[in-house]
Write a protein of this length. Structure first.
Ligand SMILES: [Mg+2]
Length: 220
């Protein structure tokens, strides 16, 4: 029986992935360097441990980026993220889950400040009983720590929860924690290998939550 729904944040609730990529791609372009997408995707759903865009660019141009360039990149990221609407179907699924009595959590490799700040701004913080972010665990995704921490907080077992993710790193984290997983890619992750998920949707607006849970149950 499914008792909980656990959402990823970046690229799933809000399309922050496009803006973060774009903010760096603009800095790279200003220095005449291409931002290699195949290296970039290692960071998506995870951290900069596998690929650090600033250090990579500094190595390519043979000098340190001035602090004002780094600060301006962060401002540009914020500007682009704030222009993003809540992704389609998210609010409906959260409301349906609450109405169905499901427990709700967020598992995110980003900081708690980033996740709770945006959720609050979007009026979507209150429905989630548990948020677990990079501040709370030793290892972010693709390790299972974040999902295990949310399961523990919600008081449900792995086979009672469904994860919703947009990236290969997120899907891997959910599967390693023993959850069933629904992939809902955004333009940046749609071309990546999401085959680890049990169900793949084009958008959360493709159908109702009841239909999605039936699909998940039928897939396993
Ligand atoms: Mg994500």
């Amino acid at each position: 029986m499914i008792r909980a729904l656990i959402f990823d944040f970046d690229g799933l609730i809000l399309d922050t992935e496009g803006p973060i990529y774009q903010s760096w791609a603009e800095v790279y372009a200003a220095h005449g360097v291409d931002l290699p997408f195949e290296l970039w995707v290692k960071t998506v759903g995870s951290s900069n441990d596998a690929f650090h865009p600033q250090f990579h660019l500094e190595e390519r141009i043979g000098s340190k980026l001035p602090q004002e360039v780094i600060d301006r990149r962060i401002e540009r990221r914020v500007e682009l993220v704030l222009a993003q609407p809540l992704l389609a179907g998210v609010a409906d699924h959260v409301a349906s889950a609450a109405a169905m009595g499901l427990r709700l959590g967020v598992a995110s490799s980003s900081s708690r400040e980033w996740v709770s700040g945006h959720l609050e701004r979007l009026g979507l913080l209150a429905p989630f009983q548990c948020l677990r972010c990079r501040d709370d665990v030793e290892h972010v995704k693709p390790e299972p720590d974040l999902y295990l921490a949310v399961l523990d907080c919600l008081g449900v077992k792995a086979d009672e929860a469904v994860a919703i993710e947009d990236s290969p790193n997120g899907i891997m984290a959910a599967k390693r924690a023993g959850l069933r997983c629904v992939a809902v890619p955004n333009p940046l992750t749609a071309g990546l290998d999401l085959s680890g998920a049990d169900v793949r949707l084009g958008s959360l607006a493709d159908g109702t939550l009841s239909e999605l849970l039936q699909q998940v149950s039928a897939s396993t």
